[in-house]
Structure formats: C-alpha cells, structure tokens
Ligand binder design. Structure first.
Ligand SMILES: [Fe+2]
Length: 306
C-alpha cells in the first residue's frame, strides 16, 4: 500500500492534562476543545488535531495514524490486507469521530504497536492558532513528523510488516549484530519527501515509545523553546544539534508522558524521484549531546522469551 504520511498520534497518560500547558507554552502547539473524556487535542495546522492525549492509567503510545490518499486508497489497503491475510479491524464510527477522520482500519505490528490507516481527516480552514507567537509547523500534507519506538528484537516479521504491509522503505539503518545472534540499533523508514516518518530502535530486552518529532517553520522558534526549557529547568535529553541523516537542527526533551519530544527546524525535503540512499558517516554534524538520565520511562523491560 502507499501511505502518504504520519497523520496523527494518540497516547494514553495519567498526566494528559499537563499537555494543555506544555504543548502550547513550550512548542507553540495549538489546542482544540477537549474530548468528552478529557482527551487533550493538540494542533499543528487546520486539522482538528495532530496529537491526542487520552486519559489512562499508564503512559503509553496508543496508536499511530497513517494517512492514505483517499477512499480508493483506503479500499485498496483493506483489499491488500485481505489478500495478504493480515489481521485488521475497522475503526468504529465512535472511534472515527474521536480521531476526526472519515474511516480507518487498525493493524498491529508484530510487537503489538497499533497502526491505523485512515483517510479524509477533518479540517477547518483558517482555524489554526498557535499556542504562542510562532511561525507555524511543517505539517499539512507532510504530516506530523516522525515517531520512534523501541523493540526488543528485529526479525523477518517486522521487516515484512514495515516494507510489505506499510509499504515503506529504509532510509537509513544501523543494525549491528549482538553476540547472541540478534541485532541492535536504529532503523528509519520513509514514505514521502521527509527523510523518515517511522523509526524502530532494536534494543534486546526493552520496548516502548522512545520519541516523537515535530518540525517548526522557523529555527528561531526552536531556539526560543530551547531557551524556555532551560529557564524552566525542564529535562533536556539531547542538547541542540544537527543530525547528519535528516539535516534537522533540534533538541530533545522529556514530555509529561515520559517519552521524548524532538523539536527542530530545517529537515531535509527529498526529491523523491532522484534521491539515492546514502550513509551518514556519523549521527550528528554538531551538538546533540546525550544528557538524559537513562531511557525514556515509556521504554520498559520486557520479559525474556521463554
Ligand atoms: Fe528523531
């Protein structure tokens, strides 16, 4: 299937209410009216929302919304899942209303992360108001940014899910063998002019959402957010720097829900016709010093296989 972009992200968290101030004040995200259950809806553009924080007893990624071109693409995706005998569930009318989309189908990857393939999201022209003076976000048809999860192992089943079911391609990957015959390291996948929309980091024994990334139109908004986070003595997990892979100048900080948020500007826009795969000689051009006190709390130990 052909996924256009990362359209929305949903999380559950006991601290969901904190995002009502965290999102707008730190990053300039907009706020929509809360859901009936108190769900916080954060906006990056005229879409109803891009990031949903649902109330829940545990901090976790609830779902990843992948945007399809239109209804025909949606029907085609379902036909493909049927043909490949891959289990799926249709989103209920209530769930579609909650996500503000016309339809979606839910699939689970081999590590049980929920992926939703949707089409026709609701928007209101001219309605986006940033949470503070701001130059806006890279969103629209380019979507949210990217999401990165930790998985305890990487096998053919995961490879097949990402490349065959989701139809994405590897942009860059750094899998290295482990002494017990497994692998370790990050892999980043793309489906549009962004260098990557999805990442899986293989770390034996650990699992959970590691970070999400959002991109602003102006580096000044990133710099001002970086200043503010330091003034407020909030937890920075990676200092300001520029990745070599995607050229983004960004910093990482811990969110109220435990995973990290990368906020940056200047991400590469690929010429999808002509670019070729290349191999960065190092992860960073400058900066991005890892200063976190350990892994994001959403990344947790998993029971070893029996
Ligand atoms: Fe990232």
């Amino acid at each position: 299937m052909k996924i256009n972009t990362l359209g929305y992200l949903g999380f559950e968290s006991p601290n969901h209410k904190e995002w009502e101030s965290f999102g707008p004040e730190i990053f300039g995200l907009g706020l929509n009216d809360p859901g009936a259950d108190g769900t916080v809806y954060l906006r990056m553009d005229d879409r109803h929302h891009r990031i949903a924080l649902h109330p829940g007893s545990e901090d976790k990624l609830a779902y990843i919304g992948w945007e399809l071109h239109d209804k025909n693409a949606f029907r085609g995706a379902i036909a493909e899942l049927e043909a490949k005998n891959y289990p799926y569930e249709l989103g209920s009318p209530e769930e579609c209303a909650e996500r503000a989309v016309t339809g979606f189908v839910r699939v689970r990857d081999p590590h049980d992360y929920v992926h939703e393939l949707f089409y026709a999201a609701e928007f209101t022209a001219g309605s986006f108001l940033p949470g503070k003076p701001h130059h806006g976000f890279v969103a629209g048809a380019d979507g949210v940014g990217h999401v990165v999860m930790v998985v305890p192992e990487w096998g053919d089943d995961m490879e097949s899910f990402v490349t065959d079911i989701l139809g994405m391609e590897l942009f860059a990957g750094y899998l290295t063998p482990t002494p017990d015959g497994g692998v370790f390291g990050p892999q980043f996948f793309r489906c549009n002019p962004r260098s990557h929309v999805l990442g899986y980091v293989t770390i034996p024994g650990l699992k959970g959402v590691q970070h999400i990334a959002i991109e602003g139109n102006s580096l000044d908004d990133v710099g001002k957010a970086y200043d503010l986070v330091q003034e407020r003595e909030m937890e920075i997990t990676m200092t300001l720097g520029r990745h070599m892979m995607d050229t983004l100048v960004s910093f990482y900080m811990r969110s109220p829900t435990g995973f990290d948020i990368e906020f940056g500007a200047g991400g590469v826009v690929l010429d999808t016709e002509h670019f070729v795969q290349t191999k960065p000689s190092s992860a960073e051009v400058w900066g991005h010093k890892f200063v976190a006190q350990g892994w994001a709390p959403t990344v947790k130990p998993v029971a070893p296989p029996a």
